[in-house]
Design a protein around this ligand. Sequence first.
Ligand code: MEV
Length: 431
Amino acid sequence: MAERLRRLADALAVPRSELPHLGEAATLPLANADGMIENAIGVLGLPLGVGLNFLVNGEDVLVPMAVEEPSVIAAVSLAAKIAREGGGFFADADEQMLIGQVQLEAIPDRAAAKAAIERASEEILREANALHPAMAARGGGAKRLEVRELSVLDVDGKPEPQLIVHLHVDTQEAMGANLVNTMCEGVAGTLERLSGGRVRLRILSNLADGRLARAKVRIPLEQLADFGYTGPEVAHGIAAASRFADADPYRATTHNKGVMNGIDAVAIATGNDWRAIEAGAHAYCARNGRYEPMTRWWVSEGHLHGSIEIPLQIGTVGGAVKTNPLVVTALRILGNPPAKKLAGIIAAVGLAQNMAALRALGTVGIQKGHMALHARNLAVTAGARGQTIEVVAKALIAAGEIKLHRAQEILARLVREQASAPGTAGVLEAT
Ligand code: MEV
């Protein structure tokens, strides 16, 4: 790890001291944890790694990822390496728009109420922005108001015509939940007066479809050859897997879980609310009335093409960014990108993570790679260190039984062999 950290600092051209808290046992200080949530009793750790080889919009980027699942970071780094051969990922994101909802019920005249609210929309937006003058001064804030008519069942199961007012708010560098919720609550009184109805819920919508992030990639077929398969065979395996996910929500769900392996890992490392991202991304996948995959892959003109489009509620200020010192370092590793740029990078990571999974699933399956990592983990648990880890892992795979007791037996045999044949000392020197 020390060597990795040295190379990370070199790659970023910063002194090691500018990457604090990496390689240390302590992460989030207890006092911060205590201030963040209620009934705090400790801090739960997650491994933090770095996704390599990413080229996004022509720029190299190192991607911090917090995740407990083995293979995720290795897989995404390999996919990013392959994607480089086609020029890497091209990504972009919308402005940081978030929707706030104010629900109005028991409205005497829905058409008149709608017209009154629409006529007063400038005044309502001004009122909302007065609650966050600094955001408005920076060019953000409430930009647009929309009045939706909706039928909601009442307590007796009868449809009740309601109005749902949407505030479209540019949250700039913030994820924006607090800002939008404050605005919704702040304008509720005015909306009640204008509609003659009663305000019920006043809260943001995590279906942030005004805040989409997109990424695409185009890889020459020959770059995909692996596992004894030709490039076109691998590419067609990926495209066929994509069509399967298109056709079947059972498969689309797992397909999308693979995408979120990458997206959540970066969201967590950068202090973002991954539940909001999850909720929004999955809801967006159901926008056409059935659950669909987040990505699409197809083969044309000698290339494999992939694309992703999902809402990403990302912030680079506020929340855990302020309270978790490791998040500051993670953002530093990314080059402190603005939120829109970070959203594009995260979309690219999701696409790469998905490509890695489909590449294996469409050919040899994922267990081979998983088993190799699992074998290494068992070798370490059995006590192997240094070069011996690989030796024990390979022997485990060759034995076809990837179990801890086998790793212990193999390691014990190696130690015995070394004792009786001093020429093998090199293999075990670091054990
Ligand atoms: C495992 O965490 C993710 C995969 O199941 C994704 C997929 O099936 O596409 C491998």
